[in-house]
Design a protein around this ligand. Sequence first.
Ligand code: 5AD
Ligand code: SF4
Length: 478
Amino acid sequence: MGNYKIDLRSEEEQKVEAERQLQYIDEIREQVSEISENLGRPLYSCVVTFGCQMNARDSEKLRGIFASAGFLDTSNEDDADFVIYNTCTVRDNADQHVYGRLGHLNSVKRKKPGMVIGLCGCMMQEKHIVEKIRKSYSFVDLIFGTHNLYEFPELLLRVIREKKRVIEIMEATPYLPESLPTERKYAFKSGVNIMYGCNNFCTYCIVPYVRGREISRKPIDIIRECEKLAADGVREIMLLGQNVNSYGKTLDEKISFAELLEMVCRVDGIDRIRFMTSHPKDLSDELISVMARNPKVCRHMHLPVQSGSDRILKNMNRHYDREHYIELVRKLREAMPDISLTTDIIVGFPGETEEDFLDTLSLVREVGFDSAFTFIYSKRTGTPAAKMENQVPDDIVHERFDRLLAEVKVSAEKMCARFEGQVMDVLVEEKNKQPGLVTGRIGHNLVVHLTGDESMIGKIVPVRLVACKGFYYIGEPA
Ligand code: 5AD
Ligand code: SF4
C-alpha cells in the first residue's frame, strides 16, 4: 500500500497546472450550458461529505469547481445530475456507511439513467476498495483519489465527454489544489489547509497511507488565503492539518506552527482562530505562549490522547506517555486557566487489558475534558495494529466503551457548567429549529442557543450564559 515518495512539482509547474485546470472549467461550462439547453433546465450537482474537517474543506473545493462550471448546487442527492461522495475510511463504519448510501443511489440512478456518480476521498486510496467498486458497483462513473483533487476539472470533463468510467488514483501529491475556486458552506467561517498528509504512523491509523506524506503549504500562500477570506467577510478561521504542531518541517525556510499562528493573528478582520489537530508529542511551549498572548486564538485545544495507559500508547506509536500529556494540560491551564480541552480516545486497541482501560478512565477523571470523541478500535487493513495479536473481544470493548462514555459525561457536564452566569462573545452561526432562537459558539467551542433572529448570523455578540444544559447553554444577548 502506498509509495511514500513526495513528488511535489516546482512552484512554476504548479502555476501552469492550475491554469490548465481553470481552462478545463471553462470547457465544462460550455458543455453544461449545451446540455442544459437541450434538457430545458439547469444541471444540478451534489457533494456529500463523510469524515473530518479536511474532507469538508476538500468538498468546498469540489463545490466551487461545480459552481464555476455552471452547475447549481443541491443538498438532495436524489435531485442531482452529478453526485460526488467524498469518502472517509478512518474506521470501518465510515466505509459501511458509504456502501449503504451507494446502494440507495443505485436505485435512484436506475430511474435517472443520465445521472453521474463519482467517488473520491480516503477510501479511494485503498486498492481493495477500488477493486470492489470496480467489480461490484458498475454504476459508479468516476473514481479519484485524495492526490487527484487538483485535477478534478479535467476528470469531470472527461466523464462528460467520454461517457465511460474514469478512474484516476495517484500514490502521492504532484500538485497542491491551490488556486481552485471554492464555495464556502458558511459565509463567516472557513477552514484553511496549512498542511496535507501525516508522517506519524500511529499503528492503528490508516490516514498516513491514504493521505500520504506530510506537506506544508507556504506561509505566504496561507496568509494570502486568510486575507482574501477576511476581505470576503470571514470572521473565524480554522487552520487544518492532521498534525498542525509539526507544520513547517517540510519547507525549505523553516517556520514553526507557533510562528505561523502569530502571522495569522495579524490578519485584520479575522477575529477568531482555531486549529485542528494537535499531536501531544509536538505541542511546544512556544505555541502555548503564542496562544496565551493572542486573544484572537480561541481558548480551545483539541488534543487527542487516545489512551491513558503508557503500555498502549507505546504500542500505538504515539511517542508520549501519560505523564507528558498531563504535564501539557498543566502548562496549558497555567497559561490559560479557562481553556477548554477536548480529546479523542480509542477503546479496545489490541492487547488493551482491564488495567490499561482503567488508566484511560482515570486520565479522563484527572484531566477533566470539556468533551471527548470516543471511538471503538477499528481494524484497518495494512496498518501494523491489524496484525497484532490479542484483538479485544467485541463484548468487552462495548462494555468498556459504555463505561468510558459515562465517565466523559460526568467530566463534560462539570466543565461545561463553569461559565454559567458569565457574559461571553458568541459567533452566531445559524437559525435554531425553534422559532425566535439562533445558535452559535463561544471561543471555547461550546454551543449556545440564544434569543435572536437571522440578521445576527455571522456576527459576534456578547451573550449572558444563563443556563447550562449539560453540553450546551441557553443564553440571552447581554
Ligand atoms: N479505530 C478507531 N479510531 C481511530 N481513529 C483513528 N484510527 C482509528 C481506528 N483504526 C480515531 C483517533 C483519531 C480520530 C480522528 O479517529 O482517535 O484521533
Ligand atoms: Fe492518524 Fe496518528 Fe496521523 Fe492522527 S497523527 S492522522 S491518528 S497517524
